[in-house]
Design a protein around this ligand. Structure first.
Ligand code: AAT
Length: 292
């Protein structure tokens, strides 16, 4: 009874809930940061849930991980040093590995238990950790970025959970300022930016912070993920001042990268046309975001 009440009262999507049929509970545990649940669903494969919120399913994870990774990495000529914030499942690492230009991949995930559990139940994602370019840092990304060297990264991908719990500070201005500092001139950020159907104010706030912080370019893009609330999720693409970045059309198209479409596992969602389409916004969203 209690969990049902909490379900409909999640402040991120009050009054609604989404259900998947559970075939079997595979794991249930609690880390110092969150409750972790993995179950086998009837129609979406294995599902990772943190604090009652679906983070990924095997069926539709491609629509999120491929977009959050290739939107930024295909927008710059030759990404070399990349940082992932969150992303303990390894899916974003798997996608970055398709880019042969990349030399180092740092990942800062707060929760070691998420990493361990995903190694057991999501081998197709955690395979990302096996790439020799990957260096894992377990800790709070807020501290990690505060201490990161200036101008180190070509791209930073913030694959973080919703801003309740450990990811709270990841939507605040000081965090974005440390990201801008850690980027090279012309470096890019792709930040998980919630749903255009549900989170207008949060998106507007993040957008104004980013427009103040990143002088190169700031755009909102979106993708369809059936198991996220409202079925869509967005990204904020930001470029630091320096060499000009045009996110709207990929300068480093995935189709031209040697072996990228197949590397380990074939690309299922992303391509250059969907990259361009991701920045096309519905009229109501355009109106809501243009003055912010
Ligand atoms: N790729 C799957 C999608 C995720 S997982 C988000 C990850 O961010 C989690 O593993 C969580 O432990 C980690 N995280 C949260 N806060 C921090 C922090 N402060 N520092 C480092 N890592 C953190 C996101 C799905 C989005 C769902 C949208 N509804």
């Amino acid at each position: 009874k209690t969990s049902k009440v909490q379900y409909f009262n999640n402040p991120m999507w009050p009054g609604e809930a989404h259900s998947l049929k559970v075939e079997k509970i595979l794991y249930q545990g609690k880390s110092p940061y969150q409750e972790i649940l993995v179950f086998e669903s009837s129609t979406y494969g294995n599902v990772l849930v943190l604090d009652g919120i679906v983070q990924l399913t095997e069926k539709d994870e491609c629509a999120y991980q491929e977009m959050v990774t290739h939107l930024p990495l295909c927008s710059i000529p030759s990404p070399k040093n990349v940082l992932v914030v969150g992303g303990g499942d390894g899916g974003v690492l798997r996608e970055i590995a398709r880019h042969v230009s990349v030399e180092t991949i740092d990942i800062c995930e707060i929760d070691q238990l998420v990493i361990d559990v995903c190694k057991d139940f999501f081998p197709q994602l955690s395979v990302g950790f096996k790439d020799p370019r990957v260096q894992l840092h377990v800790g709070d990304a807020v501290d990690f970025l505060r201490n990161a060297s200036e101008g180190k990264y070509d791209a930073i991908i913030v694959d973080s959970s919703d801003p309740i719990g450990p990811a709270q500070e990841l939507v605040e201005k000081p965090f974005f300022q440390t990201i801008a500092r850690a980027l090279k001139p012309g470096g890019v950020l792709c930040n998980q930016a919630e749903s255009m159907w549900l989170h207008t104010h949060l998106i507007q706030d993040m957008l104004s912070i980013c427009r103040e912080t990143f002088k190169g370019a700031v755009h909102y893009a979106w993708t369809s993920v059936p198991t996220y609330p409202s079925g869509v999720i967005g990204f904020l693409l930001c470029a630091k001042e320096g060499p000009a970045v045009n996110f709207l059309s990929p300068v480093n198209p995935i189709e031209k990268l040697e072996g990228a479409m197949e590397a380990g596992r074939e690309i299922r969602f992303y391509n250059s046309e969907i990259h361009r389409a991701a920045f096309v916004l519905p009229t109501f969203v355009r109106r809501e975001l243009e003055t912010h």
